[in-house]
Design a protein around this ligand. Structure first.
Ligand SMILES: [Zn+2]
Length: 176
C-alpha cells in the first residue's frame, strides 16, 4: 500500500486514511481535518487582530511602518504570556492618555524603534495586568452564566460534548 505524509501532523500513513484537496500542500489524514480547519480559523482570526493592532500603532505613533524589532517584541509578548493581540490592543487603549502624554512630552514625538519600544514597556507596566485580569473575570462570569442557565450543569455539559462529538463524526464521514 502506498504511504504518504500528512501535511498537518507530518506522519506517514497509508493513502486510504488520507484525503487531498483540503490541505493546500497535499494529503491530510481524514482524522486531522477538523483540528487543521480549527487551527486555520484561529490563524485567520489572529491575522485580523494583528492588523487592527498594527493600524492602531501606525496612528498612535504617526509612523509609516512599525520596525521589525517592535513587531518581534509584540509577538514574543503575546506568545510568552499566552495572550491575544486583541488583549494587547485593549491594554494600549486603557492607558491611551498616559501614552499620548508620554509620546509628546518624554519622547518629543519621536517614532523610531527605540521610542516605540519605550511605549510598549509603558503599556506593559501600566495596563497589561489589568486587561488580563478583566479578561479572566469576563471568562469566569461567562462560565458562571452558562452554568446558571442549566438546572444540572454537569449533566447538560456532558450532553453538549456528546453532541459535539457526534457532529464531528458526521463531518468526518462526509469526507470518506
Ligand atoms: Zn495527520
Amino acid at each position: 500500500m502506498a504511504q504518504v505524509i500528512c501535511k498537518h501532523c507530518k506522519n506517514k500513513d497509508e493513502k486510504t486514511f488520507m484525503v487531498k484537496g483540503i490541505h493546500p500542500k497535499g494529503y491530510i489524514h481524514k482524522t486531522c481535518i477538523l483540528i487543521f480547519e480549527e487551527e486555520q480559523k484561529q490563524k485567520e482570526a489572529e491575522k485580523v487582530e494583528w492588523s487592527l493592532l498594527y493600524d492602531y500603532l501606525i496612528d498612535l505613533h504617526r509612523a509609516l511602518n512599525i520596525p521589525p524589532r517592535n513587531i518581534k517584541r509584540l509577538r514574543e509578548l503575546k506568545e510568552s504570556k499566552n495572550i491575544s493581540y486583541k488583549l494587547i490592543l485593549d491594554a494600549y487603549r486603557l492607558c491611551e492618555d498616559k501614552v499620548n502624554w508620554f509620546i509628546k512630552t518624554v519622547l518629543n514625538d519621536e517614532n523610531n524603534a527605540d521610542a516605540i519600544n519605550k511605549v510598549i514597556t509603558l503599556v506593559i507596566n501600566s495596563s497589561l495586568n489589568e486587561v488580563f485580569r478583566n479578561e479572566q473575570l469576563r471568562l469566569r462570569r461567562e462560565e458562571e452564566i452558562r452554568n446558571q442557565m442549566n438546572d444540572d450543569p454537569k449533566e447538560e455539559r456532558r450532553e453538549i460534548i456528546y453532541k459535539k462529538k457526534q457532529s464531528v463524526a458526521n463531518n468526518i464521514t462526509a469526507f470518506l
